[in-house]
Design a binder for this molecule. Structure first.
Ligand SMILES: CC(C)(COP(=O)(O)OP(=O)(O)OC[C@H]1O[C@@H](n2cnc3c(N)ncnc32)[C@H](O)[C@@H]1OP(=O)(O)O)[C@@H](O)C(=O)NCCC(=O)NCCS
Length: 129
């Protein structure tokens, strides 16, 4: 069963197989350690198989927390792990007093859009570019 917990240094090599650069993962971890962000991982049998960050201020949409950098390793998709990660980020945001959160997604990213629609996200802004 997957569990969701805070990311740690030891997770970075497993998460790097998702194709996100080591420097970006290090930065996310650094920001989480400083308290500016939260960096969640999904763990299965001791291995990190998914991740999601929350930037608490200065994100893409004014004062709302910004959920970004979410990814589940390809071989672990379609088992509910993404749902668990986003649910946990929302739970933490609610506990911190947020009443809304934001995220952004490419139009063509059907898997992510289906997840977000299922979780109740609505389109608030369309980028014209
Ligand atoms: C978007 C993403 C994070 C979703 O992660 P995920 O773990 O596959 O998400 P879930 O498993 O919760 O949901 C995905 C699908 O699995 C289904 N599912 C959930 N639990 C399931 C289970 N136990 N058994 C079978 N299917 C299940 C869901 O119904 C959903 O189906 P749908 O896509 O047809 O609506 C993943 O596809 C990913 O990492 N994509 C690449 C990175 C990316 O695009 N990130 C978002 C950037 S904005």
């Amino acid at each position: 069963m997957p569990t969701i917990r805070a990311a740690a240094d030891d997770d970075l090599s497993a998460l790097g197989t998702a194709g996100i650069g080591a420097d970006r993962l290090q930065r996310r971890l650094h920001l989480a350690k400083s308290g500016e962000e939260t960096f969640l991982v999904a763990e299965v049998d001791g291995h990190a198989v998914g991740m999601l960050s929350v930037r608490w201020s200065g994100g893409c949409d004014g004062g709302r927390p910004w959920l970004y950098g979410g990814e589940v390793l390809p071989q672990w998709r379609n088992r509910g792990i993404g749902t668990l990660l986003w649910n946990e980020a929302e739970r933490i945001a609610r506990r911190r007093g947020a009443v809304q959160v934001s995220l952004d997604v490419e139009r063509a990213n059907g898997a992510a859009r289906r997840l977000y629609e299922r979780l109740g996200y609505v389109i608030m802004r369309k980028d014209l570019a």
